[in-house]
Design a protein around this ligand. Structure first.
Ligand SMILES: [Zn+2]
Length: 100
């Protein structure tokens, strides 16, 4: 009979340990979800900004606004794909200004 009692005790402890582990996991998941949920309202507008595309007036390429190089010229905000395009635009507008 002692064997069965030992087995029952063993099974009891296995159940208790697995149950407490499951409970702890649930708690951790809930905490993780709570943190993620509080971040979600901030993440959504950021994602919308990331997806917004702007056009490079020099090469005509479309780039994500966050990755583009901004330049404020005559109160207008322009975006460029690279410093090369921005420098080209700046030098060209200077030439036009010098000629005119
Ligand atoms: Zn460009």
């Amino acid at each position: 009979m002692t064997f069965i009692v030992r087995m029952l005790r063993f099974v009891f402890w296995v159940v208790v340990v697995s149950w407490s582990v499951a409970l702890l996991r649930r708690l951790v998941q809930r905490m993780g979800q709570g943190a993620a949920q509080s971040q979600t309202p901030v993440d959504v507008p950021n994602d919308a900004v990331t997806r917004k595309l702007v056009r490079d007036p020099v090469c005509g390429m479309h780039i994500a606004e966050v990755l583009a190089l901004p330049l404020r010229q005559d109160g207008e905000l322009l975006h460029f794909c690279s410093t090369a395009c921005r420098d080209k635009y700046v030098s060209e507008t200077r030439k036009i200004a010098a000629n005119g």
